[in-house]
Design a protein around this ligand. Structure first.
Ligand code: ACM
Length: 781
């Protein structure tokens, strides 16, 4: 065997694989390192640390943690950290560690050392050696992050003894703002759920929780001076059946708010995990719940309901001095509850129609010498900044606060891309990057039919990981204004904590790495190699992370005439090891590896799963391919006829429990089956459901399309091509049947043959409801 070229090739092509293989070797030969075998070149994959530390050096040997290992900590702060570490290790593993009485030798030592030199209070050094482990920092925050890293080295750790390899870590975060925003207005989370989220944030070394507490659909923070904000503004009647008691048919409100005592409790809980909370009170838009409670705050003087629709809404706070004082009074109570430096004033999506149309607002603008509505918004934000600064707080707002001019000290949260952030930084303002294109965790992460409701403009894990918060075009002087990054979790489509967790995990791991690790250390393949260990930690912590990124995506090309199908397999996250079977058993690591599209003769049962380190990352997916299955498609398997706004929406009933989910483009509800084989097909059966149309599209409303109806309740129409010939038209009933669905049969012209693009739509503007497609089935002659 020629030895000269192979190692070069290996080092060129296969470093991660080689590192993994070496790491695996080390794991198998338990005492090899202690016996003097050289450590692998880079053990970070084995350590599976997320976020990756700034610097990690492997050392000789290992240390074994078991129940007899003493944990030392001197002083209250270090003991707090030590206790949290002990609790974490017992939660995710089998070992109950004890804080040691002074004097016990060896063990784990948490040391707060004022002489420890670092630019960041979040920095720490971790040394694991054969005779003990030391975590050292100058500040409790750094010590805590060192404890989290050590816990990761030991977790999930289901065994009675855990071996931690000897190493030296020097670590500090890249950014000071590592944030997550949660919308508690659209759907409400319990204090317990918020605490579980804060726990998980801390384990990802995130330090900022932005809490979106007010919106059109609910006011969620108790304000003592204005009790109706929560009494009235804290409840809405959901649209459709979701807002009715099924037994009595009476309105069933959706309510929730946090008392001031609960907020103080959450703030304290967060602080114990080194998380600062940034409360958001959204002005001047997203104000309908407040105006429902106190109509005198509004422009129109009417009393709107707390909104039960999603989208962009026109209700704004008015511009009276009394309303500005109301807002200052609210912010005064908010400041009393949240000790952190930043208060978020919203500023987003405040369309100015009501201000433009109001003679009173226009008169007020003249009175104040304000030239236009943007400047009016800017005037309000500047006034709030003065108030906040006078109370030793800093104002932060969404990037719309740039319009009309920023107040002198404002920080900008850039969400409509990064451009607002660039503009603000160039003006010398601090910036947090949270672009909707990469860091909106309410967008779904894959196209799997197992995704919950959400926005299917998918933001996969890789896209989150790839986001770089410091734009190239910023010069060095302005780069320092980028405080960091934040992911946002809007909860229109997240009725449950499980769904919220699905949206957040595992993408929070990618966010954490960008926020913490040096840019040069980032490497997506390395991240994927470390992720399976993180999933095991999630399991041990009881976190309902999304399995969809770890599923196999199937794409089926059918040949009905030949009784065959060609199936392409893929993993949306980028894992390469896909194993499959056709014998009805779930695949194992020894099953055939997927290399290229599979040609299958019908009937066939194809099962496939993604593997890492010889273990499946999620349950195997199954495709039952039969002559009948090739004749049928669900909404998820169809495309949309145009690219409007596709949403994955949940049916409105029952109020609690399981509901059907539909993919629908709310601008053009029309589903496309490209190249459907219509040879020998007599008719098409469509199963349709009906759900509320609960959207405010504002200026986009004009782009909403529907075809004119020909009968009382409109028709199901099937076209050959979306602008093509009408193949069939069937009148719709007034109502679906008691199941909430209706089955419609459309006869096709007798001479139809070959393949066509079938576009299936419903005519008429049927608001406040809309028909949605559930399944379409071709029926042979
Ligand atoms: C936002 O997404 N409206 C900030």
């Amino acid at each position: 065997m020629k030895r000269t070229t192979a190692p070069r090739l290996l080092s060129f092509l296969a470093i991660p694989v080689l590192a993994l293989a070496l790491a695996a070797c080390q794991r198998d030969e338990k005492s090899a390192a202690t016996a003097g075998a050289p450590p692998p070149a880079d053990v970070s994959a084995e350590m599976a640390l997320i976020p990756l530390p700034a610097k990690l050096e492997p050392r000789q040997g290992q240390f074994t943690i078991d129940a007899s290992t003493p944990v030392h900590a001197e002083g209250e702060a270090a003991q707090r950290v030590a206790k949290r570490f002990v609790k974490l290790v017992s939660t995710t593993g089998k070992i109950d560690l004890k804080l040691a009485a002074d004097g016990a030798a060896g063990g784990i030592r948490f040391v707060l050392d004022p002489a420890f030199k670092s630019a960041s209070p979040e920095a720490y050094v971790l040394d694991t050696a054969t005779d003990g482990i030391t975590v050292r920092a100058s500040d409790e925050r750094g010590l805590f992050y060192g404890a989290v890293t050590l816990w990761q080295l030991a977790a999930p750790g289901g065994e009675a003894a855990i071996r931690v390899p000897a190493l030296h870590i020097e670590d500090a975060p890249r950014f000071g703002w590592r944030g997550l925003m949660l919308d508690s207005a659209r759907h409400f989370q319990s204090v317990e759920e918020i605490k579980r989220l804060l726990d998980a944030m801390a384990l990802h070394k995130l330090n900022t929780f932005h809490w979106h507490l007010t919106d059109d659909q609910g006011w969620r923070i108790e304000i003592k001076r204005y009790p109706k904000l929560t009494e009235v503004g804290g409840c809405r009647i959901p649209a459709g059946d979701g807002g009715k008691d099924p037994a009595t048919e009476k309105p069933k409100p959706y309510c929730g708010y946090y008392t001031q005592d609960q907020i103080r409790d959450v703030v304290k809980y967060a602080a114990e995990r080194h998380i600062t909370i940034v409360p958001e009170i959204d002005v001047p838009g997203h104000a309908q719940a407040a105006i429902a409670a106190y109509p005198e705050l509004g422009v129109l003087g009417d009393k709107p309901p707390v909104l039960n629709e999603w989208g962009v809404n026109t209700y704004l706070f008015n511009t009276e001095e009394s309303t500005f004082q109301f807002l200052e009074n609210v912010f005064a109570e908010v400041i009393g509850l949240f000790p952190g430096p930043y208060v978020h004033v919203g500023g987003d999506e405040a369309v100015k129609d009501q201000w433009k149309a109001s003679a009173r607002v226009q008169a007020r603008m003249r009175e104040l010498g304000i030239k236009d509505e943007m400047a009016m918004q800017s005037h309000l934000i500047q006034r709030l900044e003065k108030f906040l600064v006078a109370h030793d707080r800093r104002l932060i707002g969404w990037d719309e606060i740039l319009e009309g001019g920023l107040p002198p000290e404002a920080t900008v949260m850039s969400w409509r891309g990064i451009e607002g952030g660039i503009e603000a930084a160039e003006q010398g303002h601090d910036v947090v990057m949270s672009p909707s294109s990469e860091l909106y965790f309410d967008y779904l992460q894959t196209h799997s039919p197992n995704e919950p409701p959400g926005r299917p403009a998918a933001i996969p894990l890789k896209q989150v990981y790839a986001f770089e918060p410091v734009p190239q075009q910023l010069d060095a002087a302005h780069r320092q204004h980028i405080l960091g990054l934040q992911a946002n979790v809007w909860t229109e489509h997240m009725r449950s904590f499980a769904r919220m967790q699905h949206a957040i995990f595992p993408r929070i791991a990618a966010l954490a790495e960008t926020g913490w690790s040096p840019q040069a250390r980032k490497d997506y393949d390395g991240f994927l190699a470390r992720l399976p260990a993180q999933l095991q930690r999630y399991q041990a912590l009881g976190i309902n992370y999304a399995a969809t990124p770890f599923e196999v995506a199937f794409s089926v090309q059918e040949d009905r005439q030949a009784g065959k199908a060609t199936v392409t397999l893929d993993n949306p996250t980028g894992y390469q090891d896909i194993r499959y079977t056709t014998d009805g058993n779930d695949p194992t690591a020894a099953s055939p590896r997927y290399e290229s599209p599979l040609a299958l003769t019908l009937p066939a049962e194809l099962r496939a799963a993604v593997f890492a380190d010889g273990k499946p990352l999620a349950a195997a997916g199954v495709q039952h391919l039969t002559a009948a299955s090739l004749l049928s498609r669900t909404d998820e398997e169809l495309q949309m006829c145009s690219s409007g706004l596709m949403l994955r929406l949940e049916d409105d009933g029952p109020a609690d429990g399981e509901r059907a989910i539909f993919n629908v483009d709310i601008f053009n509800p029309c589903w496309l089956w490209s190249g459907a084989d219509l040879t020998d097909i007599a008719s098409i059966k469509v199963r349709a459901g009906r759900m509320p149309y609960y959207f405010q599209l504002h200026k986009d409303e004009a782009n909403r399309k529907f075809r004119a109806p020909k009968s009382a309740h409109g028709e199901l129409e099937i076209h050959a091509g979306c602008d093509g010939e009408l193949l069939a038209s069937v009148p719709l009933p007034a109502e679906p049947d008691s199941s909430g669905f209706v089955d419609l049969k459309a006869d096709l012209p007798a001479d139809l043959t070959g393949r066509r693009d079938l576009c299936i739509t419903f005519t008429g503007d049927t608001r406040p409801t809309m028909w949605v497609l559930d399944r379409v089935t071709l029926q042979p002659r």
